[in-house]
Design a protein around this ligand. Structure first.
Ligand code: SF4
Ligand code: SF4
Length: 88
């Protein structure tokens, strides 16, 4: 059995979370120039893959992001682009 089959779906904070990096088809990329640091993407992500560092610094954990695109859809400034995995 491979190591990945033993990964627990519980994160450090006890939150149900899955390591989805192996099968994600697209990844969200934040454009910091457009971002107004509102935090909506963080609240909308279904797997808590958007994290906050300091009061208003947001970033995406690609270990857990499943590439659903909800953050990009909900961002009021269109500051998140979905980019195909393995593409340019
Ligand atoms: S929703 Fe958009 S503007 Fe708001 S913090 Fe996220 S990336 Fe920035
Ligand atoms: S693409 Fe989906 S899983 Fe990934 S950060 Fe955005 S909302 Fe979360």
């Amino acid at each position: 059995m491979s190591k990945r089959e033993f990964i627990t779906p519980i994160g450090e904070e006890g939150i149900y979370i899955l390591d989805t990096a192996s099968w994600r088809a697209a990844r969200p990329v934040m454009n910091k120039d457009k971002c107004i640091e509102c935090g909506i993407c963080l609240t909308m992500c279904p797997v808590n893959a958007i994290l906050r560092e300091g009061p208003k610094k947001y970033f995406i954990s690609y270990d857990y992001c499943k590439g659903c695109g909800i953050c990009a859809y909900e961002c009021p400034k269109k500051a998140i682009d979905m980019v195909k995995e393995g593409g340019e």
